[in-house]
Design a protein around this ligand. Sequence first.
Ligand code: NCD
Ligand code: ZN
Length: 330
Amino acid sequence: MHIKLQSPLDMHLHLREGVMLQNVTPFTAAVFAGAVVMPNLVDPVDSLEKVRAYRKKIKECENTENFAPYMTLFFKQYSRQQLLDAKNEIIGIKLYPAGITTQSENGVSDISAINETLGYMEELGIPLLVHGETGGFVMDREKEFLGAYQQFAENFPNLHIIMEHITTADAVTIVDHYENVSATVTLHHLLITLDDVAGGLLEPDLFCKPIAKTPKDRAALQDAVFSGHPRIMFGSDSAPHPRHKKECCGCAAGIFSAPVALPMLAQLFDDAGKLDLLQNFVSGIACSRYGITPLQKTITLEKKPWLVPELYHDLKPFAAGQRLSWSQVI
Ligand code: NCD
Ligand code: ZN
């Protein structure tokens, strides 16, 4: 059995820099027509100049001829002119609350003080992508941030707001409620719960921000996706860290899922009897919500067992060593 996907898109991706960039980009670029590239580099991507330089480095990687990196700016207060200049070269601006995740120290420390920039974004039609967590108790962080999403959605009704990597049933109710709010959901949050991370021996390779939540939350995410929710789309949040930063004290947050994303999504949708919804989840919804026309790219997936390698370079992929029921035909 085969399925063909037209122009799959990964709407939340970390490509990093240097050798890591060269090592991880080809996995996504080989099979996705485009991806939204996160700006949380050590020196955040917070100017048009940096956007251009980063985009150029991405395009120098292998497999990127037929791959569109959709660039993002790191949120800070920008002038209207800066946003006007950047508008055509970015897909949106990514807001990180300060210190909430990997390389977010320069993020926003007071979300009530950013209305001017949000107003310019609304006027210029620049989407706002948000890592929506507070600094509260780890299982409640997303829930505690939902009030901020409501304020953004109500105060800026023409601003397209994307709740990145949602993990809870409560978050789904916010996407349901506001027409100007979309969400990305990851592969791993559709599959794992906190039990998989910390219920047995600690699994550093499943440790990510936001942390995986309860079975009830996972079920709510699956229900939303498998009902064909018109505003919830795929974003892998593939976030590679070298092994020495995962298998150590003070493990870095992030799951490297890029090499397995499409086969595992096919398996998940197939197991749920929802393969017919996969095309929309990995492409159609993103196109309609962001108003983009992706590069033409047809990817074939086959229901044929595939053993996921234990390592790619120095990186342990999601589902390392597992036998999947679907594989990519390259
Ligand atoms: C991401 C990273 O490593 O850059 N980590 C993660 O756990 N998802 C940052 C992020 O998206 O929070
Ligand atoms: Zn991320």
